[in-house]
Design a protein around this ligand. Structure first.
Ligand code: SF4
Length: 260
């Protein structure tokens, strides 16, 4: 194991970063270079992400059953969106469901710690729903989200970690993940699960962890995988200036908003 990754906690974000470009992973997680807020344009970009996180905060308050704190300064679109959430999840209706907003779990997978921070987990008598709010201005499609690293990690940990914490024996087929974009429509994208997919997800996570752990980041070590640059990803990457001396196009940046 790479010593620099001895205490590393894997997440969908870090795995996804490696998948996009191993050099980007090195900059972010090994060299710990923070490229954010270095100029006006990037500040605007990251401020827009902050706006998205405010909607997550409203949802967290709603499912925690505490006042939302809406006032005259609240972005009007959030009032519309949170009304949609209220309609979908009427909390005053008596039911036995457990709602866990902004719920974080960790799981030890063969000696490696992997974490997920869910926007919302709903536990019912014999089922688990994983909800993820998406506020970016690009409409998601089933085909693009079904095999996302986020889907892989979140569903895997729902079965392995959430079931264990709550001492539940929930069948794979009763675990679902739903991506919801309140600005587009009322129907979430639903990903279903089964045992075969679970095993596939497990082997994919193990494969990525192995690659991350055994990459030759310093170019003088003797590791299995060479450190490569994924040129195809450069236009979407905040390190474009550093690697290629090219301006970063923030409107095209593929940054996962809600890091965990
Ligand atoms: S700019 Fe390109 S090569 Fe450099 S870290 Fe980003 S994706 Fe990788």
């Amino acid at each position: 194991m790479n010593n620099k990754l001895k205490y590393f906690i894997y997440s969908q974000n870090s795995i996804n970063t490696y998948k996009s470009c191993p050099t980007k992973f090195k900059y972010k997680y090994i060299d710990k270079i923070n490229w954010k807020y270095d100029d006006i344009e990037s500040r605007e970009y990251y401020d827009s992400l902050k706006v998205g996180s405010e909607f997550h905060l409203l949802c967290e308050r709603y499912f925690s059953n505490i006042p939302l704190g809406l006032n005259e300064y609240t972005n009007p679109k959030f009032k519309v969106w949170i009304d949609k959430i209220k309609n979908m999840f009427p909390m005053n209706k008596k039911n036995n469901k457990i709602y866990l907003p902004e719920y974080e779990v960790r799981f030890n997978l063969d000696g490696n710690i992997i974490t997920a921070k869910y926007d919302l987990i709903i536990i019912d008598e014999n089922s688990i729903e994983v909800w993820d709010w998406k506020t970016e201005n690009v409409k998601l499609e089933y085909i693009k989200v079904k095999d996302r690293i986020q889907t892989v990690v979140y569903m895997f940990l729902a079965k392995e970690a959430v079931c264990k914490i709550f001492n539940l024996n929930i069948d794979y087929n009763n675990i679902k993940m739903k991506y919801y974009q309140p600005q587009y429509d009322d129907i979430p994208i639903e990903i279903i699960y089964n045992e075969r997919q679970h095993e596939l997800n497990k082997s994919n996570i193990i494969r990525y962890i192995d690659m991350i752990n055994n990459t030759n980041y310093e170019k003088n070590d003797n590791y299995k995988y060479e450190l490569i640059k994924n040129d195809k990803h450069c236009s979407f990457c905040e390190f474009n200036k550093l690697c290629n001396r090219q301006d970063v196009v923030y409107s095209m940046l593929e940054e996962d908003i809600y890091e965990c």
